[in-house]
Ligand binder design. Structure first.
Ligand code: PEP
Ligand code: MG
Length: 885
């Protein structure tokens, strides 16, 4: 902590800069930086995030020196502007905004026009020569201040506004006369007095301290806390407060306010992209109350709007804006999200920050910026969040599908989603437990975050491309269609009606296409995504930077092909039991399990052999010489047996055995704790004939591929759930024996490795002994997590939430590796294994193999590869590159 709590900026100078985000928050640091760059920024000052910390550490009190620092900063601004805070004739007004280290869009509150009261409003009216503007600003200030600082429901004011408009027969706020606005201000103040028994504060300094406290206080409001939880933002970071002299976009037709991105945030195209409103204040654009107009002629065309663009209405200001955004991009070397205000034909910059973008846009922008020479390839890779690639891998609508489009609106966030309609976030949370839902709202607000999070997609009747729904959905990677004015929602009766009279009730299924804005009745089939050339280029760069190899967990021909298409460099886990569940073979599997003696089992296994052989042949062929790890049977046999009475009868009939016999075998095989029971290599020890059949199928298939295609198979045979050296020693002998038999028969010499999964703590601790037998290790982090924590992977989901809420687990340890505990076992196993066998091959095939944070650890731990589900292969490729950059 320093003693300096306030950092001023203005007039081309600033005490801070963009490197001071931790102290000044993102907004404050960038305002200072823009000032230093000589851009037009209204003068102001930032109260640091350390004050937020102080405030919460000291019973919501401020440091004693803060007041004087603020007074000094205000005096400096007064000098620059030539107006005085609280002065009746020539009042200086402020905006007060929050700004934390990480951007939290719409999460915290803003107060504009601070410093207005019954007297200064007259001063503002005289000074501006625009009495209507002065009273419009005053009524806005009362609304915002009451909402944010006094905790007064803004609904109260909306009722007054609506009544006044009705009384006067006007529709929009801009049509209200100055007398009407003066009347509204009086009614507002009366309402506040009535409800709070206090007058609306008239003292400018009292107003300022009220607003500062409210911003700090809002750091701990529920929606801010929820946002932080969802986005992993530590609450200790705190927020800064930015106090800036007001500039007015609502001074008439030569004034405006807007937001813009320096590149298109949806598709990444290199074009200024944004919206503005003439004669309005910033909040009007974001709140979606008025329909915003496009900044560029091109944007206007694209959105099919007939409202005049800024490029046409204010060509000079537009040119200046273009110049500034280009400067900002060159300076920050990233796509910028800017806010600006035009006051009487003068442009002012209110904010710049790195813009949020879809994954598709992120990839295009990163690749383009490399081509433009702005950044290098490493930086391009650093900029892409591996998890966000999920968005690109999302399905799109099958174009061949017959669809009933009931309307089209703004394509606010790409991707397609189907689900049943719900009309509130609460309903979304409830219904999404069992069904996929689409949240339909008039517009969304920060209170809807949780509801949006659990929904497949979002449809709003109002709001533009920069509305809350659009911005938040893009961040979440959820499809969103916004501004759907063709629907009329009845939130109470829970249905909406389209212009054409179609009624969609709660529970009806709709599909939304966030890429083109279509809203469709019913469910529409979807297609695998088609990856862009930019994506392939970026992935190619990533491949050049990574050390870890990426394999996939797959056991069907289709999955293997998908994995290869996504760039997998082998199969890291083929779970042979998944092949047993196929309809055509489950009966033979059951026959094998139900058999009471060796002979019976062998008879059934003989039927399974050719089937398994065919499967392996397919996989080896597709993988064309890449390594393939096949794991021998793992789960307890009981899992394959029928359990419901009807199924038991069917199986008995199919096999021609007594029903009681099936029931008896079921009872004999049942285990209280199957996860720790007769599974994994224990099956191979008890019933060697099962592993023998599997080994034979593998070697026969590999020989066949070699014969037919002259193609080598990089075979790795993996033994699951090993705890001791002896287990693998026995089973290895069995496998080698089978190989020699197949070799003698086929006259083909095969290369292969025999290794083990490390998924029990004992195996990790005894890795040196085990490595004397095993030629490779593959960490089964699902079971290793389960057995290290003693936490059932099947049953813990029900209470893991409590553990996360209580702060015991930051993350679900089955999703993100517990580096401290489970990670330590991995490190021990790596060190001990390598000590015995220097060239021991090391991989991981648990679910963590597709989790970026876990991948960073696996890289550090020195593994050779990670293996994950085919759809996560690109994510793993990128994460592995980032780990090595
Ligand atoms: C594991 O335990 O991590 C693993 C990959 O095996 P399975 O999930 O099949 O138990
Ligand atoms: Mg396992």
């Amino acid at each position: 902590m320093t003693d300096k709590y306030v950092y001023s900026f203005g007039d081309g100078k600033a005490e801070g800069d963009s490197s001071m985000k931790n102290l000044l928050g993102g907004k404050g640091a960038n305002l200072a930086e823009m000032c230093k760059m000589g851009l037009p920024v209204p003068p102001g000052f930032t109260i640091t995030t350390e004050v937020c910390d102080f405030y919460y550490q000291n019973n919501q009190q401020f440091p004693s020196s803060l007041n004087l620092e603020i007074e000094n900063s205000i005096a400096a601004i007064e000098k620059i502007i030539g107006a005085k805070f609280g002065d009746i004739d020539n009042p200086l007004l402020f905006s007060v905004r929050s700004g934390s280290r990480a951007s939290m869009p719409g999460m915290m509150d803003t107060v504009l026009n601070l410093g207005l009261n019954d007297k200064t409003v007259i001063g503002l009216a005289n000074k501006s020569g625009n009495r209507r503007f002065a009273f419009d600003s005053y009524r806005r200030f009362i609304q915002m201040y009451s909402d944010v600082v006094l905790g007064f429901d803004h609904y109260n004011f909306e009722v007054i506004m609506d009544e006044k408009k009705q009384e006067l027969g006007v529709v929009t706020d801009t049509e209200l006369s100055v007398e009407a606005l003066e009347g509204i201000v009086e009614l507002f103040k009366q309402k506040i007095k009535e409800e709070t028994k206090k007058d609306f504060p008239q003292d400018a300094k009292e107003q300022l301290w009220g607003a500062i406290s409210a911003v700090f206080f809002s750091w701990m409001n529920e929606r801010a806390i929820t946002y932080r939880e969802l986005n992993n933002i530590p609450s200790a970071w705190g927020t800064a407060v930015n106090i800036q002299s007001m500039v007015f976009g609502n001074m008439g037709e030569t004034s405006a306010t807007g937001v813009a991105f320096s590149r298109n945030p949806s598709n990444g195209n290199k074009e200024l992209y944004g919206e503005y409103l003439i004669n309005a204040q910033g909040e009007d654009v974001v709140a979606g109350i008025r329909t915003p107009q496009s900044i560029t002629i091109n944007g206007k065309k694209q959105s099919g709007s007939d409202l005049i663009s800024m490029e046409e209405s204010m060509p000079k200001i537009f040119a200046e804006l273009v110049n500034i955004y280009q400067k900002l991009e060159l300076h920050y070397k990233d796509m910028q999200d800017i806010e600006f205000t035009v006051q009487n034909n003068k442009l002012w910059m209110l904010q710049t920050r790195n813009g949020k973008r879809t994954a598709h846009a992120a990839v295009k922008i990163a690749v383009d910026m490399v081509k433009e020479g702005l950044i290098d390839k490493k930086e391009a890779i650093r900029r892409i969040d591996p998890e966000s690639l999920d968005q690109l891998l999302h399905p799109t609508l099958d174009p061949k599908a017959k669809v009933k489009i009931i309307g089209n609106a703004l394509p606010a966030s790409p991707g397609a989603a189907c689900g049943m309609v719900v009309f509130s976030s609460q309903d979304a949370e409830k219904k999404s437990e069992s069904k996929k839902v689409i949240l339909v709202r008039l517009e969304t607000s920060p209170e809807d975050i949780k509801g949006m999070h659990v929904s497949e997609g979002i449809l709003t009747a109002r709001g533009g491309m920069t509305s809350h729904a659009a911005v938040v959905a893009r961040g979440m990677g959820k499809p969103c269609v916004s501004g759907a004015s063709f629907i009329q929602i009845d939130h109470n009766a829970k249905f909406f009606t389209t212009q054409d009279g179609i009624i969609v009730k709660e529970g009806d299924v709709i599909t939304i296409n966030g890429s083109n804005g279509d809203v469709i009745l019913g469910e529409v089939p979807t297609l695998k995504p088609n990856l862009s050339d930019d994506f392939k280029l970026l992935m190619g760069w990533a491949d050049g930077f990574r050390k870890l190899k990426i394999r996939a967990n797959a056991e069907t021909a289709l999955d293997c092909q998908t994995a290869r298409d996504f760039g997998a460099e082998g199969i890291g886990l083929c779970r042979t039991e998944h092949m047993f569940f196929n309809e055509d073979r489950i009966i033979s599997v059951r026959e094998m399990i139900l058999a009471e003696d060796l002979e019976g089992r062998k008879k059934a296994l003989a039927k399974l052999l050719p089937m398994q052989e065919r499967d392996f042949f397919q996989i080896f062929k597709i993988m064309a010489g890449l390594p393939v790890t096949i794991r021998l049977l793992d789960p307890p046999l009981h899992e394959f047996l029928p359990h419901k009475d009807q199924e038991i009868i069917e199986v008995a009939n199919q096999l021609g055995v007594e029903i009681d016999y099936v029931k008896r075998r079921n009872a004999q095989l049942k285990e209280e704790n199957p996860m720790l029971g007769h599974r994994g290599c224990r099956l191979g020890i008890s019933y060697p004939e099962i592993y023998e059949m599997q080994a034979r199928a593998i070697f026969e298939a590999a020989s066949e591929v070699k014969k037919q295609y002259n193609q080598d198979v990089l075979l790795e045979i993996m033994i699951p759930l090993v705890a001791t050296k002896k287990e693998i020693e026995i089973l290895k002998k069995l496998i080698i024996k089978v190989e020699l038999e197949v070799e003698a028969k086929q006259k083909i010499k095969l290369n292969y490795l025999i290794g083990t999964m490390i998924e029990l703590p004992r195996a990790a601790l005894m890795a040196d002994e085990i490595a004397s037998e095993a030629e490779f290790f593959s960490f089964g982090t699902n079971d290793l997590t389960q057995t290290t924590f003693g936490l059932s992977r099947d049953d813990s989901a029900g209470f893991l939430g409590h553990y996360q809420n209580a702060g015991i687990f930051k993350k679900d340890p089955f999703a993100e590796l517990d580096v401290d505990g489970v990670g330590q076992l991995i490190e021990i196993a790596v060190a001990k294994g390598k000590a015995t066998r220097k060239n021991l091959k090391l991989g991981i095939c648990g679910e963590h193999g597709g989790n970026p944070n876990s991948i960073y650890f696996f890289h550090k731990a020195g593994l050779d590869y990670v293996s994950c589900s085919p759809y996560r292969v690109p994510i793993a490729r990128l994460a592995a590159a980032k780990a090595n950059i």
